[in-house]
Design a protein around this ligand. Sequence first.
Ligand code: ADP
Length: 671
Amino acid sequence: MTGSSLTDALRETLVLFEAGGAPLTTAEVAEQLDLGRQSTYERLERLVDHDRLETKTVGANGRVWWQPSTNGHAFTTGRQRNAIDSDLGEVFDRISDGFYALDDELRFRYLNDRAADLLGLDEAVIGTDIRNGNLTKTFENALYDALETQAPVTFEDHHSPWEKWLQIVIYPSESGLSVYSRDITERKRRERELARYETIVETSPIGITIVGSDGEMQFANDRAEEIYGRSKDEINDLSFDDPNWSEVDVDGEPLPDDEKPFLQIMERGEPVLDHLSGVSRPDGERVWISVNGAPVYDDCEEIDSVVFSIEDITDRFERERKLEQYETVVETAHDGIYVLDEERQFELVNESFADLTSFSRTALLGQHVSAVFDGEFASPEAEQWESEATDELPLFEETITAGPNETQTVENRFVFLDEDSQEQQIGVTRDVTQREEYRQQLVESNERLSQFAYAVSHDLQEPLRMVTSYLQLLERRYGDDLDEDADEFIDYAVDGAERMREMIDDLLEYSRVGTQGDPFEPVELNEVINDACTDLQLQIENSDAHIESGSLPQVSGDKGQLCRVFQNVLSNAIEYSGDDPPRIAVSAERDGSKWRISVRDEGIGIDPEKTDRIFEVFQRLHSRDESEGTGIGLALCRRIIERHDGEIWVESEPGEGSTFSFMLSPAHDTE
Ligand code: ADP
């Protein structure tokens, strides 16, 4: 070879050597070239190939390079190689591991049959550079390493052409390298498989334990420790029948030993599947578990251990419990309960619902809702209110045809099981037939009573007027002829007749509240109170009353009737004010969707036990001698306020005063 065939890189390297000069180590050359050891080594090797350098191993793992003054020879001669080959050949062929020898230029000097097998080579490779084959980078580096360090190198290498894992040991020697390679593909596969199982076991959401046939816990994964709330050692400290487990069956009864999975498996030698029980964690919390267990046999067909998989089913178990409870609630409810599918056909009904209809429970399933409900709920226009139904539980008064001549009046409420999909509806139906009947009876009876009160008061007026006028005639015509007693008696009679007239008038007014009122319209309460005060002007002036009223709202109602309410309440406040001039305050406050109107006085007050009585007809707490009045004023107020869908009440402390309050709806309700 000539210098002209050298590359620039090789020439640059060669410059460092003086012909016949002192040898340099790879490290020294690398430093001077400012190059990696590996590349330097390769360059040096190439220079040896070109016969421009010589090399020699020094000490255990050193190597030096120098430029010979004349072309020299490689250290290992062909003769030496042949000697080694013949000595060792026989031995190596008998080694079950692959073995081959390389010279210090990494050429095959020898390979045994096994190595030929492992590497897919044959004798023809002898004398060729091992790097011509499919060497992995790891392998190649290991070869350089061994050459350089002169120390054995062990590593595992994957040979992709043959899909083999090899464990390789390279021993440096005077004459080159000896390489042993062992096929560890199967071991690698097992290791991988094991690692895979280990990952599965450790990442599994299922608890896994292995219990030896002696009952000793051999293994528990993290999840098992989590489920039991105990470390493996803590689990192990408890025998399978330790009372600390307080193991119970699904009904919460203590689990007998012979029903415990471990004993069952040990006795029968068969797997136990889906065994449900509850065990206690150290903090006393009960965890419900589903256990699968299977025996593992040893070579002598004896049970070696039992492998358990344990699933924490506490949530599911408790949900099922709740569901059972709900089922009981549904089945024992007096109200009818049903579920409709998206076609509005009955999917589920309870007994009470079937009872409301003319169908049996099973006959109802699959029927369209219109088979049962007669009214709006079953109509095709239902779509419209279906979407409204999500806001609040709509209420339908419906009738159900329950038999040939029978209909039930029901109250029907429903919701969508899933508001988004609006597919299934769940509904509750209450039989209100009887309540409706009572209500109807009550309305009718009230109506009759009103008519009666009206008729009585109206018809009594005429004879009463007669009594009064004849008494007055008697007084006028014969007054002078009668003695003082007779005059007095006539006065009493006239007075009584007058009182009776007042009572009849009041009663007449009372009976007309429901029937003769005006339709509701927006009413300014400020105006109403002014009207009332005008009517009471005389009483106000005489008593020197002071009535203070804040700004009052507009409400919905019958102006005339509301004026009567204020008249009565204000008149009472003045009447029962005690000795001081009456001081009265009228105010309004918002209370939910309504207005609360309050009239407060600082008068004599009312015994709290009697506050209900005063709202009844002709009920008075004072005698006629003490104060005027028929005792119908507050009863009238109550009737009027009730007609306005409100209520009236009083809060009072005797001696301190009373506050009468009533609720009225805001005006926009009528708009
Ligand atoms: P009347 O005033 O005609 O007697 P009401 O029905 O208006 O009848 O009142 C019933 C009773 O309630 C009165 O007799 C009185 O005893 C009591 N009462 C009403 N308002 C007040 C009040 N502001 N303070 C004290 N007691 C009152």
